[in-house]
Design a protein around this ligand. Structure first.
Ligand code: NDP
Length: 482
């Protein structure tokens, strides 16, 4: 097998220090990086490796806390490093990189840069003969902001790389719990046989953030929560919950099944949008006891008004045999009271309960990605008591991933994804047609909202979104899990 070189474009950026280098370091610590893997940190500033490393080290230490590398580990890790200065927009600045590359090895280019640079980087890599060897490319979201722009990005990438060499990251897919969802569904016969509209009442997917827009007002105001979170992360989670069993773990089998779900998603049109979509925008409020500004008072806000949503709730339907009649409620927002990402599968109530209607507590399977990754199945059991004859309670059965594991921590998603990209396994990366199909659905939703003037309703920072989001689910005699 060929040896691999990692070339990180945007090595001085936030993503690199927060996620990419810490993930690579953890792989090093676990002896999962082959000895001869080389790492090129590529960034604009003209400086030496000796000048670059201390800054990286201090940023990584602040993100990694107690898990940060010791001096000896740092020295061992950074023996792999070179620093290459390139201004990505200028073709004549790629000579140093060309010199560093070795065409007898696999070059894995990681684009941790603004998406506007993807096209110029590809073009200049090609012009300067940097793509002469066996190359792969990893790209971060967002892949476009609409169907048209995502097609444009994908077309550009396809000019220089074949689909098998393009690794589109949705880091949610690298999370242990998400991989465990596949195992739970397809390796447990009792779960697998109860995974359809005969047993499941509805599904909820919640991605709640406590943060606001973190100084990114001008970027965020053009995008909003639907494009920033639903089109990628929530849609990917929904696909993994809903897809048919793939015939193998090969990337193509998994992607084929996921894209069928996106295609089966019922379009949200002008007639149904008011019934099925709630948009919101936070006003000032309180998060963990501290006052926080509203969206329009955030630093960098350039307008007096804005209709950009910082919250969205959607009632989605998958029109296929398995899921007919089972709504998928999706919601995500900023400045919510908890940082939480979870999928809740709520089973149907029993048709008749011999313990009385009050005791009719439906089973729930909660798949939590954060905080505390894990899976919990709520079962009903008898409360131990002599006073009460037959008091029932919901009782969680917890799956603790760490049990039986050789690790004392849950690995970060980027560790899995780097390892897979190095090993050429695309199954946890997103295919082109999945991205484009999901943009098609999102574009139609946006257009329906605009035509029907479904405006972003105010909600207090620190609340669970606009009151209408409660109505969205409660009118179906259901309620949000948290
Ligand atoms: P930053 O702005 O922090 O970093 C961008 C990097 O690109 C810097 O290293 C910058 O170098 C470099 N760069 C920009 N323009 C040029 C140029 N012309 N020539 C050479 N280098 C250049 O961005 P992030 O790290 O936050 O994000 C990178 C990508 O990852 C974005 O697409 C973002 O959407 C995505 N992403 C980020 C996440 C995060 O947590 N930060 C999470 C998920 C996705 P210099 O320092 O010299 O300007």
């Amino acid at each position: 097998m060929l040896s691999v070189d990692l070339i990180i474009f945007g090595a001085s950026g936030d993503l690199s220090a927060r996620k990419l280098f810490p993930a690579l370091f953890q792989l090093e610590r676990l002896n999962l990086l082959e000895n001869d893997v080389r790492i090129a940190a590529v960034a604009r500033t003209d400086q030496t490796l000796d000048a670059f490393l201390p800054t990286l080290s201090s940023k990584m230490s602040s993100y990694m806390g107690n898990d940060a590398p010791s001096d000896a580990e740092w020295e061992n890790f950074t023996r792999r490093f070179s620093y290459v200065s390139v201004n990505f927009s200028e073709p004549d600045k790629y000579a140093g990189l060309r010199e560093w590359l070795d065409d007898d090895r696999i070059s894995l280019f990681y684009f941790a840069t603004p998406p506007s640079l993807f096209a110029p980087i590809c073009e200049h890599l090609s012009q300067t003969n940097c793509l002469a060897g066996d190359c792969r490319i990893v790209v971060e979201k967002p892949i476009g902001e609409s169907l048209a722009s995502s097609v444009q990005v994908n077309e550009t990438l396809a000019k220089y790389f074949d689909e098998k060499s393009i690794y589109r990251i949705d880091h949610y897919l690298g999370k242990e719990t998400v991989q465990n969802l596949l195992v739970l569904r397809f390796a447990n016969s009792f779960i697998n046989s109860q995974w359809d509209n005969t047993c499941i009442d509805h599904v909820q997917i919640t991605v709640g953030e406590m943060v606001g827009i973190e100084g990114r007002w001008s970027y965020y105001d053009k995008v909003g929560q639907l494009r920033d979170m639903v089109q990628n992360h929530l849609m990917q989670l929904m696909c993994l919950v809903a897809m048919e069993p793939p015939n193998s773990l090969e990337a193509e089998s998994i992607r084929d099944e996921k894209v069928k779900i996106v295609r089966a998603l019922r379009r949200i049109d002008e007639q149904s949008v008011e019934e099925r979509v709630v948009r919101g925008q936070y006003t000032n409020g309180w998060i963990e006891g501290a006052a926080v500004p509203g969206y329009l008072d955030e630093e960098g806000c350039a307008h007096e008004t804005s209709d950009t949503e910082t919250y969205i709730a959607i009632k989605a339907h998958i029109d296929n045999w398995r899921w007919s009649g089972v709504p998928f409620y999706l919601r995500t927002g900023k400045r919510l009271p908890e940082k939480v990402t979870e999928i809740v599968i709520q089973y149907k109530s029993l048709p008749h309960n011999i313990f009385g209607e009050d005791a009719n507590i439906p089973n729930k399977l909660v798949i939590r990605l954060q905080p505390n990754e894990g899976i919990e199945l709520s079962m009903v059991s008898k409360r131990q008591s002599l006073k009460e004859r037959m008091a029932l309670q919901a009782h969680p059965l917890n799956l603790d991933f760490r049990e039986g594991s050789d690790m004392d921590r849950i690995p970060d998603a980027y560790e899995r994804l780097f390892l897979d990209a190095i090993n050429g396994d695309q199954s946890l990366f997103v295919g082109r047609d999945e991205i484009e199909e999901s943009w098609r659905w999102v574009d139609q939703l946006i257009s329906a909202c605009q035509k029907r003037k479904v405006e972003a309703r105010p909600y207090y920072a620190g609340s669970w979104g606009p009151a209408k989001a409660e109505v969205l689910i409660e009118k179906d005699f259901r309620s949000w899990h948290v």
